[in-house]
Structure formats: C-alpha cells, structure tokens
Design a protein around this ligand. Structure first.
Ligand code: COI
Length: 404
C-alpha cells in the first residue's frame, strides 16, 4: 500500500469508527416544521458530517468482500463511486450562510444523480458473484448496502427539500400558500388510497413501458383494483417510499392475474385485485390479494427466496432477460430510480423509469418497509393467488433501521 492509500484508509477508519446518528421520521418532521435560516444551516452541517460516516461503514463492508467479488466490474464501480463521494464529503467545508447552503445543495444533487445506477450495479455484480458468497452473507450485505443508501438519500433529499421550501416561503405570495403541510420529503397527510389510485392509473395506462408484458401486450387485460377497508386513513410518511412499494406490489399482482387469465383461455372477466387498507392505532396495514395463481415457479422453493439477492436461492436472478435489464440500466445515465416517486410521481416520470424485470422490486420493497420499522410478508396460495401484507408504523417513533 502506498502512502496515499495508507492515509486514505486511516481517514476511512476514523469515520467508520463513529456511530451513525440515526433519526426517526418524527424527528425529521419536527426539525423541519419551523424552518429558519439557523435551523437550515444546522441541518446542512448535520448532513455534511453524517453522510461520510454512513458511507464509511459501507466502504468497510465492500472492503471485506472476497477479492474476486470486489474486482467484479460493477461492484468495483460502486466502490469507486463511494470512495469519491466519501472524499468529497469529508473535505467539504462547514456551511455558515444561505449562499453556502445553496452551493451545498447543488453539490448534493450532483452526487444523488451520480449514484443513480448503484442499485442495478450492485444487483448485477452480486448476482454474478453468487457462487463466491454464502447466500446469508450476500443477503445481509445487500440489505446493509441498500438500507444505508436509502438513509443517505433520505437525508440529502430531505435537506434539499427543506432548503427549497424555505426559499419558496420567502418569495411566496400569500394566496399561493401550499394546501398540504408537507415537511421536506415527508407528506404529513399521506393517503394510501391515493397512492394506490395513482399506481393503478399508471399500470392501466398503455402502452406503458412500466409494465412490459402487461399493458404493452394487447392480449393481456389488466385487472381492476378494488380498494376497501379504511380508505380515508392518512399518516405521515415519505410518499416516494410508499409509492414505490405499492407500485411494485400492484404490478406483480396485476401481471400475475392478467397472465393467468390469458393462460386459462381468457374467457370471462379478469378477476379483480383487492387492496384492503386497515388503520390500526399504531400502524397502517395494507393487504393486496390477487388470483394470479400464487408463486408457482421451478426456481422458487420457498417464498423467502423471492426476497433473496443470491442466485443460489433464486435462480431466476440469472435469467438472461434480467441480467440484460440490469446491464442496460446500470450502463445508463439515470440508473434505477430507487425512490420511485420518480417512477410513479407526476414529475419527470418518463425520463427516470427503469426497464422492469430486474427482480429488484420485491426485496427492495421490503427494505423500504423495514426502514422505519415496518414489515412486508407474502403468502402464496399455490394454484390460486398471492396475498401480500404491508405494515407501516404511523407514529414515526422508530429509528431508521440501519445496521452498523
Ligand atoms: C447513494 O445514492 O448511494 C448515496 O450514497 C447518495 C448520498 C451520498 C447523497
């Protein structure tokens, strides 16, 4: 190791030795609620000092991988991106004025953009490295990488959104007050019913690149989605996370239902998909039930394998289509929009959507669900259909589920 590497690794160790300063959703809301210049600058410096610590933990994780895995082209690219971000962030000078904060936000936007292909790169690299890693190790490595990435993007995006709303507040004409009480990237009055409706609209709209094999193919008729239960429920959550999960679950349910209906001759009406919302005192529950036949696949021996990133557990990961989709996305400029508000949100939708079929949606949805202490479970009634249960805490008091 030469002197520069020695010095850099020493810096890495110093940061990796610190604990992440984890937050709750409630803290993010409370801190952002009454924003002023002083608090915004405090937020900027928190993000500036917190991000390199969180990246350092993951750089250490990457360094601990077997040599044959780190030298895989895609994994090596992620390693480089993280080193470069770590170096830039740790050298970034303290922020003391609003103008400096503006520059910091542009800097963050640049990194957020640069890191868009990280998920397909990691997924591709780790799929190809599956023979060299025990499935449990591979899955826990991926989980730590992905949760940490979500957390870093949340901090950066929340801070950028707080900055934008402070600027807007200063220029605002009274009559154009925002109707909702959003704080940064958190929607304080988020309605799952509206998320479902938004996703269904996109999944029904065809021809639609979002769902190859569903609305792209004329002979597949997408099912209707019936929403029942506590349809008026609202809670405070990150809309992009909820939308990502709901979009993935509905996409799977609708695709399975439409495909099965066609394979059975396509006569009669397509069975509906049912989305049931249940508001508990501490959580919001959502069940999505379909009659798409369940998870009957020669590749899958247990439903937990569906959540695995290892092709030893889930050989479907090595299908040529999937690897092709991953290669395409990781080589593209925008990569996978992991916070797929970008995917289902109204703004910029077309530019950001990733080709589907990469096999990331379900494990990624569970990682989003667990980030603030929720859960995602799947039950297959083989030969009939699938029920997926999503539980999200609504008090916002759980710490981010980061593992060190
Ligand atoms: C990522 O997207 O992987 C990041 O680490 C982004 C963060 C440094 C803002």
């Amino acid at each position: 190791m030469n002197a520069v590497h020695f010095y850099q690794n020493r810096q890495l160790e110093l940061y990796a030795a610190r604990n992440a300063n984890r937050l709750t959703l409630r803290q993010l809301v409370f801190f952002g609620r009454s924003m002023n210049e002083e608090r915004l600058i405090k937020s900027a410096n928190y993000v500036r000092t917190e991000l390199p610590v969180r990246i350092a933990h993951r750089l250490r994780d990457l360094q601990a991988l077997p040599y044959v895995v780190v030298t895989n082209e895609s994994v090596a690219k992620v390693y480089e991106l993280y080193w470069s971000a770590f170096e830039k962030l740790r050298r970034y000078p303290a922020i003391t004025t609003l103008a400096e904060n503006e520059a910091f936000c542009s800097f963050l936007r640049g990194i957020l953009n640069e890191h868009l292909p990280v998920i397909p790169l990691l997924s591709l690299g780790l799929s190809l490295s599956s023979p060299h890693l025990a499935p449990d190790y591979l899955d826990s490595f991926m989980r730590r990488m992905l949760v940490s990435r979500i957390s870093r993007r949340v901090l950066a995006e929340h801070h950028i959104a707080l900055t934008e709303s402070l600027v807007e507040q200063r220029h605002r004409i009274k009559s154009r007050n925002k109707a909702h009480g959003d704080v940064g990237i958190i929607y304080t009055d988020l309605r799952p019913k509206e998320s479902i409706e938004r996703c269904v609209r996109l999944l029904h709209a065809g021809p639609n690149r979002l769902v190859p094999g569903l609305s792209d193919q004329a002979e597949l008729t997408p099912p209707e989605v019936i929403i029942d239960g506590d349809a008026d429920t609202r809670f405070a959550y990150i809309r992009e996370h909820l939308d990502y999960i709901i979009f993935e679950l509905l996409k799977n349910a609708m695709k399975a239902t439409a495909t099965r209906h066609r394979s059975q001759g396509g006569t009669g009406a397509v069975p509906v998909v049912r989305a049931t919302i249940v508001a508990g005192p501490n959580e919001v529950n959502l069940r999505i039930s379909d009659q798409g036949g369940g998870i009957l696949s020669p590749y899958i021996t247990s439903t937990s394998d569906l959540f695995s990133f290892s092709h030893v557990r889930n050989a479907a990961r090595m299908e040529v289509d999937r690897l092709g989709a991953l290669r395409l996305v990781s080589a593209s400029q925008h990569g996978l929009s992991a916070t797929v508000g970008e995917q289902v949100g109204e703004r910029d939708t077309e530019k950001k959507i990733a080709p589907m079929g990469m096999g990331i949606g379900l494990p990624m949805s569970r990682i989003f669900a667990r980030y603030f202490g929720g859960s995602l479970e799947l039950v297959s009634l083989d030969g009939w259909g699938t029920d997926v249960y999503l539980r999200l805490p609504k008090l916002g008091t759980n710490l981010e589920g980061l593992e060190v």
